[in-house]
Design a protein around this ligand. Structure first.
Ligand code: SF4
Length: 149
């Protein structure tokens, strides 16, 4: 029997009307940041919301509600990392979720789409700290980046 792991997704408030198509597909197909879970794990989405808009006030509340529904890991949607501009609060959010709720936060959901990847290559040396660490699970390959374009 597979181990059930419940995850939550938080998206950038700038995309708050997003229907989550790429994130949900990646979850189902175990692409991007969801490829990091082993084959013996069944994933279930048990929370989906936005940060509430800058500076991200919903991070204070949403993780607690997700935790009550069994969420163990909260994924920051790929748009928070490689949108224009990337969220400047990612490190703070991750530390806060860990220290306040004792929950794991993961950078990314679906693989970076091709169109964003080109911009990523232009900007990666200039933007957020620890960029490689934040994009490690979502960098994908050409095929995956096309699939999520
Ligand atoms: S940039 Fe960050 S704080 Fe601002 S809306 Fe997006 S995720 Fe929220």
């Amino acid at each position: 029997m597979k181990q059930l792991v419940r995850v939550g997704i938080i998206i950038c408030g700038r995309y708050s009307s997003c229907a989550g198509g790429k994130c949900l597909r990646a979850l189902r197909e175990r692409d991007g940041a969801f490829s990091g879970y082993g084959g013996g794990v069944e994933l279930e989405l048990a929370g989906f919301t936005s940060c509430g808009g800058c500076p991200g006030g919903n991070i204070e509340y949403a993780p607690e509600e997700m935790k009550k529904n069994g969420v163990e890991a909260i994924h920051f949607a790929t748009g928070m990392i490689i949108g224009y501009p990337p969220c400047p609060n990612l490190d703070y959010f991750k530390d806060f979720i860990k220290s306040r709720f004792n929950m794991k936060a993961v950078y990314g959901t679906h693989p970076i789409p091709v169109s964003y990847f080109e911009q990523y290559n232009i900007m990666k040396d200039k933007r957020i700290k620890d960029w490689e660490d934040k994009t490690r699970l979502i960098i994908g390959n050409e095929e995956l980046r096309l699939k999520y374009n």
